[in-house]
Design a protein around this ligand. Structure first.
Ligand SMILES: [Fe+2]
Ligand SMILES: [Fe+2]
Length: 148
């Protein structure tokens, strides 16, 4: 399978403009997900309370699921033909999020490592391939911007 960022590239564990797919709402959601993940990352290293880490992890899960539902609704409205495959990828990512929640009880370094793997190999990769694809398809269905 072709990878968009080769193994030698730095892993994507924080928001960066390379993740912009060109759909305002989807980009705003992704930005927010990485913002929450950044707080989780900091919390894993700084928090004295496991409760805080669990709370931010729950927030990350909730917002990610809200975002997935929003993308799926956008695809459905646009009669996007790849909806089922895309939804399946969302299910796999959700499964990884649940794994992170399980990991939260067993050591901070392990959780930090798992979070980085989740962000780079699962979330960022999905955004750069599948989400970029739906954004392009949705753009094709939108009327041209009056500013264009
Ligand atoms: Fe997606
Ligand atoms: Fe997305």
């Amino acid at each position: 399978m072709e990878t968009l960022h080769p193994p030698s590239a730095r892993p994507i564990i924080a928001w960066s403009d390379v993740l912009i797919v060109g759909h305002e709402q989807i980009d705003a959601d992704h930005h927010r997900i990485f913002e929450i993940a950044g707080r989780l990352h900091a919390g894993i290293h700084q928090a004295h309370e496991n409760m805080l880490v669990r709370q931010v992890l729950a927030e990350l899960t909730d917002y990610t699921l809200t975002h997935f539902a929003r993308e799926e609704a956008l695809m459905k409205t646009a009669a996007f033909p790849g909806l089922e495959e895309h939804r399946f990828e969302h299910e796999l990512i959700t499964y990884r999020l649940r794994n992170l929640q399980r990991q939260a009880g067993s050591g901070r370094q392990g959780l930090a490592d798992e979070l980085e793997i989740f962000l780079d190999r699962w979330l960022a990769r999905h955004i750069l391939t599948s989400d970029a694809h739906i954004a392009a398809a949705l753009r094709g269905k939108q009327p041209p911007s009056p500013l264009a």
